[in-house]
Design a protein around this ligand. Structure first.
Ligand code: WT7
Length: 685
């Protein structure tokens, strides 16, 4: 990769003025690595004929294999119903319960298996090992509380704003038991961001925790719930109850006052529900399991609605065959449950298979970059799953740390962003000690589970490439004119999936039009068609497919930036900046970053007569943190005398992105104000 340091732009004019894919760094094709024979010998999937069984002419029947991994109260009648395309319905007529599938059904054989290892961030605190039996008890008691003390029932929405603690999966599973739709908001998001999601989902109950640890500090978290309720009220939405778990049961760890009649300490109220059991609701396969909000091209985040049957079948199958999880494995996905990765591959997938799943509260590099390897050693973790950003940070801070510990991984995953071959090789050689197979999994919040990845015991690994599509998924790359690029052409285009799959989200909550428009309109062959073949799914990523069939993902083609594997909408950040009275214009562009992949630079111009000042910069930064959270804080805020504009007055983000990335902005002579480009360049470090 070293000889290809300078990013190359390729022509790909999209809806966005500049996209991640356009500033993608291209590295050379790498040699293959073979999966270790010891891994193959024990793998769940070794039969390469699977790809014939899952060929497009056998669609959708092959997905029966996915559904058959679950327990059903009532078996489904129709695998796929396309009559209301593109609102696909999977396993129609079937009835099941996600909590039963993740908890109750394991009791007969695996009652004493650890379901969840909870690792607190402070190293002196005891690790909790929660067996399936204990999980069953705790989920039932909490479900009884939700039903009998809060009046919740199937179909209601509940917003969770919880940190990485065992109580989070317990809360999710209790909701699932009742058929209540959970909407977990990443704990790093601000109270305001939480409030937006509370009102959009019309949650009457908000569930939070008083405090949690991050980088050595016990953070007050309850204060965010107060802001969320106030902000939701501004939208005209009332929250009746705030349920507060205690980080230290029996002790309230937040300075924020409890609001009489609204706030309830869960740990106190639970005493009234001790020993209670709740029968799992028999839910239609097509009912919603959860909402997961994600950023898109407009200011407001959208609630991706995932189904019970299709979603659970998809994450269970991919956990078994791509993650290679067996019930005796100790599996650690170091993502946050506040993102889709955590929903699918910390909670639902591993627990549906009866395995042990690690929930780690804190920062991977706290108190030092050896922490993950100590945890892995102590718990006997043998499957490890994380993002390139975490790998890059661990490599920077502790390149030799993994060699000091006696952990042994059979399988490792990378997800969320492209991984540089150099970083991949450190992961393989040093973290995995050349014993582990690696899968680079490409997918999105909307997808439920993996789309592209090698099948670990079947395919060779190729650093820097996600791999071919997984069994059952049939991608296609289109150019901007809607022509299919020939398979394996090595040319960049927009990656789509030809066929529906059970894990695909059902709709955007309360916004079906946007669902169709954003994901299906662009390459739809006939908007009246009921035939799935006419509705390719637009992922919103640029991609190339090499001659060997492996895909390499270049990044987003829309107004979305992938920061440290987390999706941020440029419009959301711009809207936050525009709330500062001094600001008249704002433009956010993606900048390549050695650790986080991409970071946002924010350009603003001020009201006439105002001068740039630190005070204004601070105000803008504070507005972004209040509206979205610290995760969206811009890398640089650059106050410019004027934005580069076209003659028609459009801000040229492409020029700003080029400046931020130290690239050539190209011909700027046609701008209305070309002279501003040099001035801006001088302002950017
Ligand atoms: C976007 C989705 C999937 C869970 C985590 C992120 C990028 C995802 C890869 C990968 C290159 C990747 C894409 C995608 N992405 N995985 N293996 N290689 N890029 O979920 O927040 O919905 O983001 O992440 O750009 O569209 P998300």
């Amino acid at each position: 990769m070293s000889e290809e340091k300078s990013p190359r732009l390729y022509k790909n004019q999209q809806t966005a003025d500049i996209s991640e894919a356009q500033i993608a760094v291209h590295w050379q094709e790498e040699d293959y690595f073979a999966p270790p024979t010891r891994f193959i010998a024990q793998a769940n999937l070794t039969d390469a004929s699977i790809f014939e069984r899952f060929s497009l002419d056998k669609f959708p029947d092959y997905y029966k294999e996915f559904g058959d991994l679950l327990d059903w109260y009532k078996y489904w009648e129709k695998t796929l119903d396309t009559s209301n395309a593109p609102f696909w319905r999977w396993f129609v007529g079937g009835e099941l319960n996600a909590c039963h599938n993740c908890v109750d059904r394991h009791l007969s054989k695996h009652r004493n298996n650890t379901a969840i290892h909870f690792v607190p961030e402070p190293e002196h605190e005891t690790v909790q090992h929660i067996t399936y039996q204990e999980l069953f008890v705790r989920v039932n008691e909490f479900a009884a509380l939700l039903r009998d003390s809060c009046g919740l029932k199937a179909g209601d929405r509940v917003t969770l704003h919880m940190p990485m603690v065992a109580e989070l999966p317990i809360t999710m599973l209790a909701c699932a038991r009742l058929g209540v739709i959970h909407s977990q908001v990443f704990s790093g998001f601000s109270g305001k961001a939480c409030g937006d999601r509370v009102s959009d989902s019309e949650s009457r109950v908000l569930i939070t925790m008083d405090a949690y640890y991050r980088a050595g500090k016990l953070l007050d978290h309850k204060e965010k719930a107060d802001i969320a309720v106030t902000e939701a009220a501004k939208d005209g939405h009332k929250v009746d109850k705030v349920l507060i778990w205690q980080r230290y049961p029996g002790k309230y760890s937040s300075p924020a006052k409890l609001v009489e009649g609204r706030d309830i300490i869960v740990n106190d109220l639970l005493k009234q529900h001790r020993g209670e059991r709740v029968d799992p609701a028999h839910m239609p396969a097509e009912a919603a399991l959860f909402l997961m909000y994600t950023s898109g091209t407009t200011g407001r985040p959208k609630g991706c609605q995932h189904s019970i049957g299709g979603y659970l079948a998809y994450v269970t199958w991919t956990s078994k065959y791509i993650q290679d999880i067996h019930p005796e494995d100790v599996y650690w996905c170091m993502a946050d449950i506040g993102w889709i990765t955590g929903h699918s591959y910390i909670v639902y997938g591993p627990l549906a298979l009866g395995a042990s799943s690690v929930v780690y509260e804190g920062v991977p590099t706290y108190p030092d970059a050896g922490r993950p390897w100590r945890i892995a050693e102590e718990l006997g973790v043998n499957i490890f799953h994380t993002s390139p950003t975490a790998i890059r940070a661990l490599r920077r801070d502790g390149p030799d740390e993994p060699t000091k510990y006696s952990h042994h991984f059979k399988h490792m995953t990378t997800v969320g962003e492209p991984i540089e071959p150099e970083v991949w090789k450190w992961y393989y050689n040093v973290v995995g000690k050349t014993e582990a197979v690696i899968v680079d999994t490409w997918w999105q919040t909307e997808n439920g589970g993996f789309l592209c990845s090698t099948v670990p015991a079947i395919h060779q690994m190729k650093p820097g490439s996600a791999g071919p599509a997984i069994p059952g998924i049939h991608p296609v790359i289109y150019d901007d004119e809607g022509k299919e690029l020939p398979a394996g052409s090595g040319r960049a285009g927009n990656i789509c999936i030809r066929n529906p799959w059970p894990g695909i989200f059902q709709t955007i909550w309360k916004d079906p039009d946007r669902f169709v428009k954003q994901y299906y309109e662009r390459y739809c062959k006939n908007p009246k068609s009921k035939d799935w073949r006419d509705w390719p799914y637009l992922a919103g990523d640029g991609a190339v497919q090499a001659a060997d069939g492996y895909y390499r993902i270049l990044g987003r083609i829309d107004d979305v930036i992938n920061v440290a594997g987390h999706r941020l909408g440029t419009k959301e950040i711009e809207s936050a900046a525009l709330l500062v009275p001094e600001v008249v214009e704002a433009a956010v562009v993606p900048v390549a970053d050695p650790i986080k992949g991409k970071v946002p630079d924010l350009y603003v111009s001020l009201k006439l007569g105002l001068q740039a000042a630190q005070e204004i910069t601070d105000k803008i930064s504070a507005a972004v943190v209040f509206e979205i959270g610290a995760i969206a804080r811009p890398h640089q805020i650059i106050i410019v005398p004027d934005m580069p504009k076209t003659r028609s007055g459009k801000i040229m983000r492409r020029v700003l992105a080029a400046i931020s990335n130290h690239l050539d902005p190209g011909d700027v002579s046609t701008l209305a104000n070309p002279e501003v480009v040099d001035k801006i360049r001088d302002l950017v470090k």
